[in-house]
Design a protein around this ligand. Structure first.
Ligand code: ADP
Ligand code: MG
Length: 693
């Protein structure tokens, strides 16, 4: 395979655009893409014609507007290119069909902000993310808005939030004499996932209906030997990854790194970072392609945050920075961060933003599935804090204390043998336990769930940083000496927000009480985390930056709680179904057979005082009774909840239903360890985690 040639072969990218578009059209399109200029709609016809010709040459017969409704997934509706021409047809894509589409919006979640009878919704072309051909269809990335102009998707607000950063960061740059056309945020999302055998998957209702195992006793060998991380790839997994890379590259997705993750059957793929909206589109496509390629290999790719209890779940580290179109990374400390005022100002802006808006940031990653990770011993805790590392930590400390900073001279690494190279060390070490870590020239926000659309977290991050930069620019514009004024501001803000910086072990038992003393938020589940989004200050920041209207902001929070409520409801119903129809009857059958055996044994040998069967009969009968009682309680509690009232219902789900589910699972998992595998109705954790060779 000629990789450079194959890379992006299914994408209507810059190279193809240059080749196929009239020069003036090409120039106008690039001005919109690169400098954020208002799209000149008069070029749409020419772009559409070229796109269609190119797509048809790739075997496409259809086109679709591709969008990201509030389900968190992607949506598409395909139209063929055909147009009648006498008794024949011609293939055509008009400028208008490229620019705007009208899917029926009534069946997508809108958070109650739009009555369903007002179902008109429009999709509008996002020229900044390139179109591509997949499975015989031309995919045109779009935003999704209602008749009244309300955004109904994740991309519209994401683009607005990127605009907000662009506006405010340029003001700050100007103060330092730096002119540029555009400041964009960049993202590199590292994607974790599990691969299991399809045959085993198809035997588990819970995996199929909820994406995770609702029951399952731990397997004797989990991840404690720590031998899976970066371990040798199994042949089937290696073959999957090879195919996956080829597919991703063909769509211009710069897949860079692949390796085994910590848990058995867990893996990771990291792409090279790109502009945020493209990174989001690519990540959505990546998740879809992962599932599709897995199927070809007789595997199932699980993107759920916590498919298995007792071993690590999956997240998506969101590496984030801001860069100018001229290639200046605003979070690059350079060789001498202590004298790099612009960098220190940007750093202070992020620190202040994250501290001021911990609530919305935490809420932006909250979901029923991600609740299993945050706060458990594998993902960062539910408390937001920032890790700066030794060098930057020392710099910030010296600023706060008003002391002189002396850079550490210990910046080389070697093992002390002449054959081995001495190499420069990174400015920061790794701290895997921090939810928000500075890693060299970017921040890594680690709380995101593996199946999340990363838009939500980035919309929030962009908005709060833009808002902070606005405050900074307001203050600094007109200062006599920008250096002096900026350094005063930096010192003041770092002092004010010192509490959010935490360079030690975020998993340690000391952190929770310490964070409470510092007054940091610690919302452990979605039902408790999301309501902060309704607070005035948190709505205002989105409204002021032009990212959400008040109604749009409230709709986003409502949908999150509604979705949470629905997911827990589905999980509870699935559990009930599995317990009532499969588990309890299976255990009863097993007990019945044990009783038969005891009766036969006694018929032959006479009365026996105690034996293995009797012991099992007694333990299992008791557990099955307890499981049955737990079923009754869960069923009754679930029936008592008015699921339409999702704000209240989400609280009941978190504080009544989830504990009920825990209780039921406890008995079922215990019974699994005592029941003959011939009787157990599902493949166990061993089958699920170790059957891919
Ligand atoms: P690490 O291994 O320290 O996490 P890597 O260099 O492997 O760092 O990068 C991890 C991810 O961060 C990759 O997706 C990478 O492309 C991305 N990344 C690197 N620089 C930036 C940046 N300026 N903005 C956003 N993401 C970045
Ligand atoms: Mg990383």
């Amino acid at each position: 395979m000629n990789l450079p040639e194959k890379f992006g072969e299914n994408v209507f990218n810059d190279t193809v655009q240059k080749e196929m578009l009239p020069k003036e059209v090409y120039k106008a399109l690039r001005a919109t893409i690169e400098a954020g200029k208002q799209l000149d709609v008069s070029i749409a016809g020419a772009v559409a014609a070229a796109m269609k010709d190119w797509a048809v040459s790739k075997g496409a017969t259809h086109y679709t507007h591709w969008f990201q409704p509030l389900t968190g997934l992607t949506a598409e509706k395909h139209d063929s290119f055909i147009e009648p021409d006498g008794d024949k047809v011609i293939m055509r894509l008009t400028g208008n069909s490229l620019i705007v589409g009208e899917p029926d919006a009534s069946s997508f979640p809108s958070g109650g902000s739009r009555a369903t009878y007002m179902a008109r919704g429009y999709t509008a072309w996002d020229p900044t993310s390139p179109a591509f051909v997949k499975d015989g269809t031309l995919y045109i990335p779009t935003i999704f808005v209602s008749y009244t102009g309300e955004t109904l998707d994740k991309k519209g607000p994401l683009l607005r939030s990127m605009n907000a950063i662009d506006r405010q960061a340029k003001r700050v740059l100007k103060l330092f004499g730096i002119e540029c056309k555009k400041v964009a945020t960049t993202v590199g999302p590292e994607q974790e996932y599990f691969l299991i055998d399809e045959e085993e998957y198809l035997k588990r209702k819970d995996l199929q209906l909820t994406g995770r195992t609702l029951f399952g006793a731990p397997v004797s060998r989990g991840q404690e030997l720590e031998d899976q991380y970066f371990g040798v790839l199994k042949p089937r997994v290696a073959a999957f990854m090879r195919d996956l890379d080829e597919e991703l590259w063909s769509y211009g997705i710069p897949s860079k790194t692949k390796h085994n993750e910590v848990a058995p059957a867990q893996h990771e793929m990291a792409p090279i970072f790109s502009t945020t909206n493209i990174a989001v589109d690519n990540n959505m496509l990546t998740m879809e392609i992962m599932k599709k390629v897995a199927q070809k290999h007789g595997l199932v790719c699980l993107l759920h945050e916590k498919p298995f209890r007792g071993i690590n779940g999956s997240g998506k580290h969101n590496n984030w920075s801001m860069s100018t179109d001229t290639g200046l990374n605003l979070l690059n400390p350079g060789v001498n961060p202590e004298t790099n005022t612009l960098f220190k100002l940007m750093l202070a802006a992020v620190i202040k933003a994250v501290d001021d808006y911990q609530g919305p940031l935490r809420a932006s990653v909250a979901s029923a599935a991600n609740d299993h990770r945050l706060g458990a011993n594998e993902a960062p805790p539910a408390i937001i804090s920032i890790y700066l590392g030794d060098q930057l930590g020392a710099l910030v400390e010296s600023i706060i204390k008003g002391e002189k900073y002396t850079a550490s001279s210990d910046n080389k690494c070697g093992i002390g043998v002449p054959e081995s190279p001495i190499f420069p060390k990174d400015a920061t070490d790794r701290n895997r336990t921090s939810p928000f870590a500075f890693t060299g020239n970017k921040f890594e926000f680690r709380m995101l769930g593996s199946q999340a659309n990363v838009s939500d977290a980035n919309i929030c991050l962009n908005t709060i940083v833009a808002s902070t930069l606005e405050l900074f620019a307001d203050e600094l514009e007109g200062a006599a000496s920008i250096e002096q004024a900026a350094n005063d501001l930096i010192a003041r803000e770092l002092k004010a927000h010192e509490r959010i910086i935490f360079n030690l072990d975020g998993y340690g038992p000391e952190w929770e009480p310490e964070a409470a003393r510092r007054g940091l938020l610690n919302n452990k589940n979605t039902a408790d985390a999301v309501p902060v989004f309704y607070e005035k200050k948190n709505i205002d920041v989105f409204v002021e930056q032009g990212v959400y209207t008040e109604a749009e902001a409230i709709a986003r929070a409502d949908i999150r709680l509604e979705n949470y409520t629905k997911i827990i409801n589905i999980e509870a119903l699935t559990m009930l179904e599995m317990a009532k129809r499969d588990v309890i009857p299976a255990v009863s059958d097993f007990i019945g057979d044990l009783c038969q055996n005891v009766a036969s044994k006694q018929a032959v040998c006479g009365e026996i005082p105690f034996n293995a069967e009797k012991k099992l009969i007694s333990s299992l009968s008791k557990l099955n009774d307890e499981a049955s009682a737990a079923v009754d309680k869960l069923e009754a509690d679930l029936a008592a909840i008015d699921k339409e009232q999702f704000r209240a219902a989400s609280q009941s789900m978190a504080h009544i239903i989830i504990p009920d589910m825990e209780e039921l699972r406890k008995y079922v998992d215990e019974m699994e360890t005592l029941t003959s595998s011939d009787y157990w109705p599902y493949p166990n954790y061993f089958d699920l985690l170790y059957s891919v060779k």
